[in-house]
Design a binder for this molecule. Structure first.
Ligand code: SF4
Length: 419
């Protein structure tokens, strides 16, 4: 029996896809082993979001080859899409599949194992949607509902790496959610590259998907992994607020709190729109005595042309007007092929580092305030299976982590607590 090991880099979408590969290879008779345990095949699912991600991918592939020179390495994902020739030149690499050739990975590897396939190949294309969901965790699954992006923000390589926005029909996603429910999993996180753009290739609406998923028996909670503010419509917010399985937890990319920078980034909103969206959600979903809505906000520090003054606009916008529960801060990373990479007014790395640090400190403070503002509220926690130092953890509806002494009977169950 051939042994296969998986290495995943990058986002939750990649993790959902790798998990799907695992299930398919097991169905095909392969044995899944940890990466350091005598694998015959390594499958590396790569990321290209920053320069650092590219380097990490190359280093991991080289390390795997040194560890087990006789093993075949199969590389897929965003980095594979953009740098296929570079990767195929690395020792041990047998196949490279672009991000949109992911559906071909399993048949190609199985054909190769059975001798029905050429000894190596490099494939890319721009037409496929590889359906995926993660399993393995007994409580939560990441369901891929959308792939690709048509936005072409000035700093981002994702539209080149993942291709055009596309999805599979609502009915197929409902069937996948039912499969997840059958595994005993209670919570699904909807994942995509530009999740709210769902429906581009099927003529359906994002809210139709939410309504259909809401009816799936066995799934008790849904979260939306990340959604562009312009795609989170008032209709969707109203519907979620009307008592659905969708939780008061939103991850929304802001990227900058300066209108000047937002415009240069090519984002599709300004700060006034963003602020009104957050206010609307709070008005619709927060009641006296109810849990506060968790907002996780993405921000890029040090975009070209971001002066100290413009950075302070972002800082004070977040501190005074948005007050999210968490800020995901990323230093701007110059990516070849993007508009922003051509700019001469790049911000020094040391300045970026300082700005990241300032925003992280702000995030820590806001997170503490968020926890404090929920004190004394009733919450429902879905406890997870893993045990650490005799403790187990779970998350409330609004994504507050709660710990308690390990009790296996609580795994995958929802318990009511007072925060
Ligand atoms: S919306 Fe912008 S940042 Fe997000 S994936 Fe698309 S191009 Fe990249």
């Amino acid at each position: 029996m051939k042994k296969i090991a998986f290495i995943t880099l990058g986002c939750k979408l990649n993790y959902a896809e790798t998990s799907t590969y695992e299930r398919e290879f097991v169905r095909n008779g392969l044995q899944v082993v940890p990466w350091d345990k005598d694998a015959d095949i390594f499958l590396v699912n790569t990321c290209t979001v920053t320069e650092h991600s590219d380097k990490k991918c190359r280093n991991i592939i080289r390390k795997l080859h040194r560890l087990r020179p006789e093993a075949d390495i199969v590389v897929t994902g965003c980095y594979a899409q953009l740098k296929k020739e570079e990767i195929s030149g690395i020792g041990g690499v047998r196949f490279v599949f672009g991000a949109e050739e992911k559906s071909r990975v399993v048949p190609a590897v199985m054909d190769y194992i059975s001798g029905n396939r050429p000894q190596s190949s490099c494939e890319t294309g721009m037409d496929r949607f590889f359906p995926a969901f993660s399993s393995g965790e007994r409580t939560r699954s990441f369901l891929k509902v959308q792939d690709g992006c048509d936005y072409f923000c000035a700093y981002c390589t994702v539209p080149f790496a993942r291709g055009a926005s596309r999805n599979i029909p609502v009915a197929r996603l409902v069937a996948q959610a039912e499969e997840i429910a059958a595994e005993g999993i209670r919570e699904i996180v909807l994942t995509g590259v530009n999740t709210g753009d769902f429906g581009k290739s099927t003529g359906e609406k994002f809210i139709d998907l939410l309504k259909a998923l809401n009816r799936v028996e066995g799934i008790e909670r849904y979260r939306i992994s990340s959604i562009e503010p312009n795609l989170l419509t008032d209709e969707t917010v109203d519907w979620i607020a009307s008592g659905t399985k969708f939780l008061p937890h939103f991850h929304i990319p802001l990227q900058s709190g300066s209108d000047t920078v937002l415009k240069e980034m090519g984002r599709r909103y300004d700060t006034a729109f963003f602020e009104s969206k957050i206010r609307y959600i709070r008005e619709r979903m927060e009641r006296p005595g109810s849990l506060k809505v968790f907002f996780g906000i993405d921000v890029i520090a040090g975009f070209p042309g971001e002066t100290g003054e413009l950075f302070m606009e972002t800082f004070s916008f977040l501190r005074d007007r948005i007050k999210p529960a968490f800020i995901h801060v990323f230093p701007y990373s110059k990516r070849a092929g993007t508009r922003a990479a051509l700019r001469r007014d790049q911000v020094q790395d040391s300045v970026k580092t300082d700005r990241v640090r300032e925003l992280e400190l702000l995030s820590d403070r806001l997170h503490k305030e968020f926890i404090e503002s929920n004190k004394g509220m009733k919450a429902r926690v879905l406890f997870e299976s893993s045990e650490r130092n005799g403790m187990m953890a779970g998350y409330t509806e609004n994504y507050i982590k709660v710990e308690r002494p390990y009790d296996s009977s609580l795994t995958g169950r929802i318990a009511e607590i007072i925060l």
